[in-house]
Design a protein around this ligand. Structure first.
Ligand SMILES: [Mn+2]
Length: 672
């Protein structure tokens, strides 16, 4: 705590004013302003989630070729294989195409490579296996865009390949009957961010004219793959996930219904988070433990009984995955618990399950705020999963240490490597050396969308208006809000002491808050203190009574008081911060009148700063700025002694020009 920087948004007044005349609630308007939609019209357009977001599948390069090759396979009764991947996106795409192809009478099977034996992507051995099974056509999903030599190999065996993928394209594309990828440099397709399952769905749309029927059959599958693959939920993905989540709520595939039931969330509100945190890990567990068939059988299950069997098994696999993860975690912690590591964590073991070391590496990264490399070693080889932290570029770091590695690949945040076990020590030192030369520069920061100045705006109506943003997730995050200078009234542990329930109040409004994975000990603030909080909003449904609940993301001892003291005692202020609170002309006039009404005398002390002292219409920082401005104009005579502020209204105050105050001019520079 305290190490996360909060970056407050600033929105130009003319934009705020334009929204004030629109039909947006003040809360939603503030969020849209903060997200850069400078007119209500643009904001409306971005909130659209209807069919007009669907793009023409024929705009994807090679789509025509893909369609005619598949039609030919149907006509000639050629055996076809759909080649997928072991993650949720890869499994969803494979099941989608298989189901559709079978519905067209095509003799078709699914091939998912084994995570540990084969790894990601298409490989020659798999192609040979498919060849032996008399497969004439391979359609890849969620992979294949780099399979230049594999496509050549398939061709040499007399097999055709259609590649559908959504990953970045290499310089040279594979030679295949069709290569469909929205990221192709020659693509005219307007939306690049489809998931693998999105591309598979577009292929089916190209073959079938009735999009509504296809959405009715596959929208939930498309949504699950897209959300699990952390694709941005904007544009076409926004519509696909919106309608897919609707289907997941009302008319899900039997497999998804069974999995939601088995996971115990079937009665809870279903959002993108349900997919991300409940469905996806369970489906992924199958891939991690090399049992992808469990997942494909679940998704393809045609009835409830069948689906239940596979859902139970997937949940069991997921529990096993969690156990393995804990084993790896505890083992790693036993290496690290004595010393607080200062440079990248590089650990090795011959007993870890390779399917879960990536997750363990991510958790270590979070725990220690350091890049982490976890290496599974057998006799001659070490295979490492690497995760970065902050803006430390892992890929560049591995490049710099590559003399100790057999091979490596990946990107700035996550990578994989192969290493000879005897070189691990030298690699660890080289990485530590590189890290000390190139430490991460940017500290993690939070960027709240909106600073809530009026807590009453967090009404049920306001909170419900935010649902127009749904589905929220990657690329369209839940609005992050903050309140400054609230009082932490009480806190209590919940969930066996794992989480905290907090009650905070500001200006007489009381809020229920939950802070997950925090205890009173590691909260950093205590009851009775004045705090700033950063949070997202949730509607809490308890005994069918609805209430607003704040999900805390970060809490800190309030800097508001600090800012006030800086303004009045030290005459120091950060202009960007101060502009958030700059008082309007009318507000200054109102302040002046109020002080006169109080008998020309305003007295306050910093130790009771958040208590009511007669000026309730201004928040503390704004009030302090107002006092300074009125003092500069000689309307007030202000003195600050020992934390006590005394303002006396001058008797001979005539008409005055606000612009004569240097502070007022500074605050309103460029916007007057
Ligand atoms: Mn994918």
């Amino acid at each position: 705590m305290g190490q996360i920087e909060w970056k407050m948004p600033r929105v130009a007044d003319e934009i705020t004013q334009a929204y004030a005349k629109s039909d947006f609630t003040p809360l939603l308007a503030a969020v849209m302003c903060a997200r850069g939609f400078d007119t209500p019209e643009k904001a409306r357009r971005s909130l659209k989630r209807d069919k007009s977001l669907l793009c023409d599948p024929m705009l994807l390069s090679d789509m025509d070729k893909a369609v005619s090759r598949i039609e030919l396979a149907i006509e000639l009764h050629q055996k076809t294989a759909v080649y997928g991947d072991y993650d949720v996106d890869g499994i969803s795409s494979a099941c989608l195409l298989l189901d559709y192809f079978q519905s067209r009478g095509l003799d078709c099977e699914v091939y998912i490579p084994d995570r540990l034996e084969e790894g990601y992507g298409i490989n020659n051995k798999a192609i040979s296996v498919l060849h032996e099974r008399n497969i004439a056509l391979i359609v890849t999903v969620d992979c294949g865009i780099t399979a230049v030599s594999e496509a050549e190999y398939a061709k040499s065996l007399g097999m055709d390949m259609i590649i559908t993928d959504h990953h970045e394209c290499p310089q040279v594309l594979p030679e295949a009957a069709a290569v469909v990828d929205p990221k192709r440099p020659d693509s005219k397709y307007p939306f690049e961010e489809l998931a693998g399952v999105g591309v598979a769905f577009k292929l089916v749309c190209a073959m079938e004219k009735n999009v509504d029927a296809l959405l009715g059959g596959y929208a939930d599958l498309v949504a699950v793959g897209t959300i699990a693959d952390v694709m941005p939920l904007v544009g076409e993905n926004r519509y696909l996930t919106y309608i897919g989540l609707e289907k997941l709520r009302n008319d899900p595939l039997p497999g998804f219904a069974a999995l939601l039931e088995e996971a115990g969330v079937s009665k809870k509100p279903l959002t993108a988070a349900t997919v991300g945190f409940t469905l996806a890990p369970r489906i992924n567990a199958a891939g991690r433990l090399c049992r992808t068939e469990t997942a494909t059988r679940l998704i393809l299950a045609k009835n409830q009984q069948e689906a239940q069997v596979w859902a139970k098994e997937l949940c069991a696999l997921n529990r096993r995955r969690q156990e393995l993860e804990i084993e790896v975690w505890e083992d790693a912690m036993s290496f690290l618990s004595d010393t607080e590591p200062k440079s990248p964590i590089v650990l090795e073991s011959d007993s870890w399950h390779p399917g879960v070391v990536g997750i363990a590496a991510s958790r270590l990264t979070e725990e220690y705020k350091l890049p982490t490399v976890m290496i599974c070693v057998d006799d001659e080889n070490g295979k490492g999963s690497c995760r970065s932290y902050g803006d430390f570029n892992l890929f560049e770091a591995l490049s710099a240490c590559s003399e100790h590695l057999v091979s490596f690949g990946g990107h700035a945040f996550a990578a994989g490597l192969n290493i000879k076990p005897e070189n691990i020590g030298a690699f660890r030192n080289a990485l530590a050396e590189y890290y000390s030369q190139n430490p991460p520069t940017v500290h993690p920061e939070l960027s709240p969308d909106v600073l809530i100045k009026n807590p009453a705006s967090l009404s049920m109506e306001g909170v419900e208006s935010l649902s127009e943003l749904e589905p929220c997730g990657s690329g369209n995050e839940h609005p992050l809000l903050c309140i400054c200078g609230a009082v932490l009234e009480s806190l209590a542990p919940i969930g066996n002491g794992k989480h905290l329930r907090l009650r905070i109040s500001q200006k007489g409004v009381l809020f229920d808050c939950v802070f997950f994975s925090r205890t009173a000990e590691n909260l950093g603030v205590s009851e009775g203190e004045t705090v700033d909080i950063c949070f997202t909003l949730q509607v809490n449904d308890f005994h069918s009574r609805q209430s607003v609940q704040l999900l805390i993301v970060d809490v800190r001892r309030s800097e508001t008081l600090e800012t006030c003291r800086n303004i009045l005692e030290k005459n120091e202020l950060l202009i960007d911060e101060a502009r958030l609170y700059r008082p309007e002309r009318e507000e200054l006039a109102c302040l002046w009148r109020s002080i006169r009404r109080l008998g020309g005398k305003l007295e306050l002390s910093f130790d009771k700063f958040f208590e009511d002292f007669g000026i309730t219409f201004m928040e503390p920082v704004k009030l302090c700025l107002g006092i300074r401005i009125l003092s500069e104009l000689k309307l007030l005579d202000t003195s600050v002694v020992n934390g006590r502020v005394l303002c006396l209204a001058s008797d001979n105050a005539g008409k005055t020009e606000l612009d004569k105050s240097p502070l007022f001019r500074l605050l309103w520079e460029n916007s007057l």
